[in-house]
Design a protein around this ligand. Sequence first.
Ligand code: ADP
Length: 165
Amino acid sequence: MKNIEIINGDITELDVDVIVNAANETLLGGGGVDGAIHEKAGPELLKECQSLSGCPTGEVILTESYNLIAGAIIHAVGPKWGGGQNNESDLLESCYFGALELALEHGFRTIAFPNISTGIYGYPKIEAAITATSAVKSFEDLAEFEKVIFCCFDEENYKIYSSIL
Ligand code: ADP
């Protein structure tokens, strides 16, 4: 698929219409990519997030991007890995579908995803990559995007995504 790209890098540096954050249900910041996004975006992001009433697992919410180069942020709350019998793959898939839908609703044409749930939330990387790539590839309106980027931060995820796609 011509508009799907894999990169190895820091999502906070990307010049795209919207980046996706791997957030938690409180939306009040955390470690990993969430911490990096809040740090670069600045304190106004936390203020906006505090005005929202959280976000359930598997769902997404849009905020401004403040000091980031990217134009907006979609916060997606991935599932915590609990062994695979707790609907984890459906919830993870729902983050990718939800983010793509919300992005198109707002006219965004370039979007970058981190490897949601594969850090602190402990989702096995290969399984997460299979779910993420299948979700994006099967998204009905994928052709409307100019670019969908899988932004891998670690070499292992980059290799996994490269071998799958
Ligand atoms: P989760 O709680 O959803 O597991 P994490 O932020 O802990 O979220 O990890 C999700 C993924 O984001 C991991 O693969 C981690 O390596 C990656 N990550 C961490 N920092 C960045 C960053 N600055 N840019 C892109 N990806 C990042």
